[in-house]
Design a protein around this ligand. Structure first.
Ligand SMILES: [Fe+2]
Ligand SMILES: [Fe+2]
Length: 154
């Protein structure tokens, strides 16, 4: 498996979770559960993607611009997640922020899949694409496991 194939796996999960989250209402267990899942998925994916996809690209001149753009969007999504955490789940405005996040997630993933991956495909070597997939997967899994442990403890 190469880095692009493995990144897409989490993208599908993110699309699914962000759409399901918009179907929830009020301070419900479903909203809490889906929000937690989306937050954990975004965190694990963004962290591993920053470290094992964007940072190597950032070291090249041709990868600099897409990398800056993508990292800025990761930051924007983090801020929306934080805004949702700080807003009362029963607040009628909550879903509007969730919609803004879902739109951003969809926009970001589409841009990665339809533009950044093609550009990165020309920058990274074949061996690097496979090696980064292994490193990404380990890091992603490490954060997913960490969240599970935290859930068990709480
Ligand atoms: Fe991604
Ligand atoms: Fe991303």
């Amino acid at each position: 498996m190469n880095i692009f194939e493995i990144l897409r796996e989490s993208h599908e999960i993110q699309r699914d979770l962000s759409e399901k989250l918009l179907q929830t209402s009020g301070d419900s267990p479903e909203r809490h559960e889906l929000f937690k899942q989306l937050k954990n998925e975004l965190f694990a994916h963004e962290t591993a993607e920053d470290r094992y996809f964007y940072i190597p690209l950032m070291m090249t001149d041709s990868g600099l611009s897409i990398t800056r753009h993508a990292l800025a969007e990761h930051h924007e999504m983090d801020e929306m997640i934080e805004e949702l955490s700080e807003t009362d789940f029963s607040n009628p405005g909550w879903i509007a922020i969730a919609k803004k996040l879902s739109d951003k997630v969809h926009h970001h993933l589409k841009e990665e899949e339809h533009s950044f991956f093609q550009q990165a495909g020309k920058i990274l070597g074949e061996d690097q694409k496979t090696a980064l997939a292994v490193q990404y997967k380990n890091e992603y899994q490490r954060y997913k496991d960490m969240k599970k442990d935290m859930l068990v403890q709480s």
